[in-house]
Design a protein around this ligand. Structure first.
Ligand code: UD1
Length: 355
């Protein structure tokens, strides 16, 4: 029996194709949720819209500093692992849930498989980069989305036989759900809009950085005569209030938005402005122009239609010119939508080998 361990919005979305395939192939699994994300807009809405099974076990670890959160998840998950004694623990991505899940399982000598392995921003100031490197280092089976990911892992000394290039499950999820999103019959705002998301601590936790980010989005919208659709992450919401930042009327703030709504907004955006890894991938697969509010990306395959601008207005303007010049290209480098199938096929073969 496999334990699938997740706990945050991106893990729920990107593991959904794997969960579907596990069910289809009747692989026995238990779904365990760390409770890192608990608000309806970061959690339940995705389970409902993606028609996922409810978690079998909830740990309710909640928020806290990195050590508090990671520690709380490990303490809860260790008890679950001891009780269930799974053949394998499957984790995804680079969150504190991923790190805590992989470390706990590995210390109990339970094999660990990591979906979305091999991504590197080469920026250790990002908490996710630390999580990725540690989890990849101790995982037994590494499912990496791209050849670039495989190269990163080989450079770090991972055995070639442990690595499988699968494509990114985010592409499966977009393909499986875009038709559902179209059925929502959402009324999109008239005229063109920029779709903005921001939640990275480096962008939102310091008031002056958050103010620069808001000013950049506002100026860009003014240049493009566009509005800004901004579903605000809870972390950013807290900081906006605390920093007393007042938004111009160009901003249309959405307090809560589901996955299908996000796809629909992305699909029709003039421009996507984001610091999220998942949104970079989703926007790329929907062939939208992306300006990323970071200096680096662990998704270099998107750079044919994704400009890294940090919080620099000059770079943002250059980015707009690049897209208006028709130079952008969207490829299938992130995958073709069969990552879930490939991952489960490999897992089944490995599980047979474990028995
Ligand atoms: C986490 C992940 C990040 C991922 C992001 C997606 C880590 C280190 N970071 O960041 O990689 O891209 O999820 O959202 O694991 N909060 C709520 N409700 C919730 C959860 C959080 O209001 O359900 C608020 C709390 O104020 C909390 C803050 O958001 O302190 C940050 O939550 P946390 O889970 O620590 O990190 P994220 O910023 O969501």
């Amino acid at each position: 029996m496999i334990v699938v361990f997740l706990g945050t919005r991106p893990e729920i979305i990107k593991m959904s194709p794997v969960l579907r395939e596990l069910r289809k192939k009747r692989v026995s699994f238990q779904l365990v949720h760390s409770g890192q994300h608990y608000s309806k807009e970061l959690d339940k809405v995705f389970f409902r819209q993606l028609e996922l099974p409810k978690p079998d076990i909830q740990l309710h670890a909640g928020s806290g500093s990195h050590a508090e959160q990671t520690g709380a998840i490990m303490i809860g998950f260790e008890k679950v692992c001891k009780r269930l004694d799974p053949d394998l623990v499957l984790v995804h991505g680079d969150t504190n849930t991923t790190l805590a899940g992989a470390l706990t399982a590995k210390k109990l000598c339970i094999p660990v498989a990591h979906v979305e392995a091999g991504l590197r921003s080469f920026d250790d100031s990002m908490p996710e980069e630390i999580n990725r490197k540690v989890v990849d280092r101790i995982s037994d089976y590494l499912y990496t989305p791209t050849q670039g990911g495989k190269t990163n892992l080989l450079h770090e000394g991972v055995k070639p036989t442990s690595i499988v290039v699968t494509g990114n499950t985010v592409i499966d999820a977009v393909k499986q759900n875009i038709a559902l999103a179209d059925k929502l019959k959402m009324v999109l705002p008239k005229g063109e809009y920029i779709f903005l998301t921001a939640h990275r601590p480096s962008n939102v936790d310091l008031p002056q950085r958050l103010r620069s980010l808001v000013n950049l989005a506002d100026k860009l919208a003014s240049i493009l005569h566009a509005t800004i659709i901004w579903p605000v992450h809870p972390r950013t919401q807290v900081m906006l209030k605390r920093s007393r930042i007042v938004l111009s009327p160009r901003f249309k703030v959405l307090e809560s938005i589901g996955y299908l709504e996000t796809l629909r907004y992305l699909e029709h955006a003039r421009l996507v402005l984001t610091d999220s890894g998942g949104i970079q991938e989703e926007a790329y697969s929907l062939r939208r122009p992306i300006l990323t509010l970071r200096e680096n990306t662990e998704r270099p395959e998107t750079l044919t239609a994704n400009k890294l601008i940090g919080l620099d207005l000059r770079l943002a303007k250059e980015g707009v010119q690049f897209f208006e010049g028709g130079e952008a290209r969207w490829t299938h480098a992130l995958g073709k939508g069969d990552a879930g199938v490939r991952i489960v096929a490999d897992l089944r073969a490995r599980l047979r080998g474990l028995k």
